[in-house]
Design a protein around this ligand. Structure first.
Ligand SMILES: Cc1cc2nc3c(=O)[nH]c(=O)nc-3n(C[C@H](O)[C@H](O)[C@H](O)COP(=O)(O)O)c2cc1C
Length: 222
């Protein structure tokens, strides 16, 4: 079954998760050749992309290698997210994904990645700036929330949809869990029920059996 992201039709519902330092261009080409319906660039820091830092330019390259071509942006200032979105569009991105899920301290310490889930108004301003800056569909990747006391992904998802986001991926952990414990697939259902755009379940999908269970528990759907 296919999924539509704005005007972009994906050939199936099996995606490669973005992984900095792992899912580089050759890895993404291999996953694409093996049938993945979507592959996403490693996280690209928007401000550093705008400053033409070589590693960010490398991460954002790849037009013509896979289709659709997705660039994932991270940042903490609307002005740089907008600039990053403009550059990514010029580089040929078919879809721009916003990273609000990275738990790493060097990222959250700068109020990027999952730290934005603690600042929903700021998060929304970045989403709005990104959507406004590009004609490409914008998608969002986030976690369930910052910690067990702040499970605000459904609220952010609703606001993101209203701001024009076309698909949301949820990693079924909180930021404070980092990569530990087990992803809570059932908790993703609250986000799937909050919006009408496609919701992608992510985390601990290690086998076909896992993925079937993940879809059943999460209600992730087109
Ligand atoms: C080494 C590594 C790098 C990652 N880099 C990114 C990234 O750049 N952008 C992003 O959105 N998520 C990133 N993630 C998170 C994954 O996309 C995914 O959400 C997470 O690994 C949960 O899936 P899993 O339980 O199957 O590993 C990374 C994960 C790992 C392990």
């Amino acid at each position: 079954m296919s999924i539509t992201v704005g005007s972009v039709v994906l050939k199936n519902r099996v995606f490669l998760a973005p992984m900095s330092g792992v899912s580089d261009a050759p890895f993404r080409r291999a996953a694409h050749r093996s049938g993945a319906g979507l592959v996403v660039s490693e996280m690209v820091a928007s401000q550093e992309l705008a400053k033409e830092r070589p590693d960010m330019l490398r991460r954002a390259a790849g037009l013509g290698q896979v289709s659709p071509f997705v660039i994932q942006l991270a940042g903490r200032e609307a002005v740089w997210m907008a600039e990053g979105a403009r550059i990514a569009t010029d580089l040929g991105a078919d879809i721009i994904d916003i990273n609000m899920g990275c738990p790493a301290r060097q990222v959250t310490g700068g109020w990027s990645g999952s730290a934005l889930m603690r600042e929903p108004d700021l998060a929304l301003s970045l989403i709005e700036a990104t959507v406004k800056a590009t004609s490409a569909p914008v998608t969002l990747k986030m976690r369930l929330g910052w910690d067990e006391r702040c499970l605000n992904a459904p609220d952010i998802a609703r606001k993101a949809e209203a701001a024009g986001v076309k698909m949301i991926t949820i990693h079924g952990r909180t930021r404070c869990q980092f990569y530990k414990g087990k992803a809570n697939w059932a908790a993703i259902r609250k986000i799937a029920e909050a919006v009408s755009i496609p919701v992608v379940a992510n985390g601990d999908g290690d086998s076909v059996t896992d993925v079937k269970e993940m879809l059943a528990q999460s209600g992730a759907r087109q």
